[in-house]
Ligand binder design. Structure first.
Ligand code: SF4
Ligand code: SF4
Ligand code: FES
Length: 239
């Protein structure tokens, strides 16, 4: 194998399947998504995978690369394949639709279960809400708001593997940002949703989600924030 060529093993199939090896030419600044696209365009036209923006905004291109979940459009081959080999498999903790494409339905259903939708009370006739950028709650909301829904954290979370009903890091990060949104009026309902058995208290705080999040968010800190709110509400008899 020349250093101008990558040996790439790619998962083909669904729950059952196999790794198939391909040789892909290397080039400067090549991303893992470039590699997958090369394979589909030149070697394996029916390879299934998902992507859209190619610039780290849409969150659709996540896959396991050499055993770790990553956003493939922003992951350079030179950083993850020092020995010239790549193994690319679908995200963990989600059913596989085909090859590298997973079904994200359960992941997003859990955002809904965690009451991840904003609910305000103003109408279009009201003035804008004014939230100070310096307020403590605004800073907490800002810290979690840039989630792109890629599923990297969800795929990396052992608790999701052990108990599939666990809401998971992304849904609870979303819930925490909304708990800190001063315009939102659904806080009590949301807190009840994340206080249950499959909610924030199941998190073991090991931090794989935070270590892997490509947007450098900290779902671990968000979940810790939810635990504090749940505890306070329980002590005050509000749950
Ligand atoms: S810190 Fe909690 S949510 Fe994050 S990976 Fe660990 S158990 Fe999962
Ligand atoms: S919290 Fe990070 S890893 Fe998880 S879905 Fe959002 S952007 Fe992706
Ligand atoms: S293709 Fe959109 S984030 Fe990678």
């Amino acid at each position: 194998m020349s250093n101008k060529t990558l040996r790439v093993k790619v998962w083909r199939g669904r729950t059952s399947g196999e790794l198939i090896a391909y040789d892909v030419p290397r080039f400067d600044n090549q991303t893992v998504l470039d590699v997958v696209m090369y394979i589909q365009r030149n070697l394996q036209p029916d390879l299934g995978f998902r992507y859209a923006c190619r610039v780290g905004m849409c969150g659709s291109c996540a896959m396991n690369v050499n055993g770790k979940a990553r956003w493939t459009c922003r992951t350079h081959v030179s950083k993850v394949a020092a020995d010239g080999e790549l193994e690319i498999t679908p995200l963990s903790n989600l059913p596989v639709i085909k090859d590298l494409a997973t079904n994200m339905e359960a992941f997003f259903d859990k955002w809904a279960e965690a009451k991840g939708q904003f609910k305000g009370e103003r109408t279009r006739k009201d003035d804008f809400s004014r939230v100070s950028p310096q307020s403590r709650k605004r800073e907490a909301a800002d810290a979690g708001i840039e989630c792109i829904g890629c599923g990297v954290c969800y795929s990396s979370c052992d608790v999701v593997t052990w108990r599939p009903d666990y809401l998971g890091p992304a849904a609870m990060n979303r819930a925490w940002t909304l708990m800190n949104d001063e315009r939102d009026i659904k806080g009590a309902e949301r807190l009840r949703a994340v206080a249950g058995d499959a909610g924030c208290h199941s998190c073991h705080t090991q931090g794989s989600c935070t270590e892997r999040c490509p947007k450098q968010l900290s779902p671990t800190a968000s979940i810790a924030g939810l635990k504090r709110l749940v505890m306070k509400a329980a002590i005050e008899g509000d749950l």
